[in-house]
Design a binder for this molecule. Structure first.
Ligand code: FES
Length: 102
C-alpha cells in the first residue's frame, strides 16, 4: 500500500468529480459526503474524462456516450461488459484525501 495525498476534504465538491494528477496518472476523484472513490480518469471508449460526470447510484456515467462504470469495482455496467477502468482505494486521513496507487 502506498497512499499519496491528493488534497484536503474541502478541495473536493460533494456530489461531484474532480481530476487529480499524480505523476503521469490522471485520476477521477468523486466525493460523497465523507466518502471518496477514485478511478482512472480516461474512459476506455473514446477517452472522455470521467470526472466530468456527476456520480449516480455509485457509478460514473460517461458524458461522452453514457457508458457506466461502478465506482467500487471499475466494471462497466452499461456498455461492453468486458470493459472496465482501474479503481484506486481512497481514504480520509486527518482531513487529507489519500489514494493508494499500488
Ligand atoms: S467516451 Fe465514454 S462512453 Fe464514449
Amino acid at each position: 500500500m502506498s497512499y499519496v495525498k491528493v488534497g484536503k476534504i474541502d478541495d473536493f465538491v460533494d456530489g461531484k468529480g474532480s481530476e487529480v494528477l499524480v505523476g503521469a496518472r490522471r485520476i477521477a476523484v468523486f466525493r460523497d459526503g465523507q466518502q471518496f472513490r477514485a478511478i482512472k480518469n480516461i474512459c476506455p471508449h473514446e477517452g472522455e474524462l470521467l470526472h466530468r460526470c456527476a456520480p449516480r447510484e455509485g457509478a460514473a456515467v460517461c458524458v461522452g456516450h453514457g457508458w457506466r462504470f461502478d465506482l467500487q469495482t471499475g466494471m462497466c455496467t452499461k456498455g461492453p461488459s468486458d470493459s472496465r477502468v482501474a479503481v484506486y482505494p481512497a481514504r480520509v486521513n486527518d482531513g487529507d484525501v489519500e489514494i493508494d496507487l499500488g
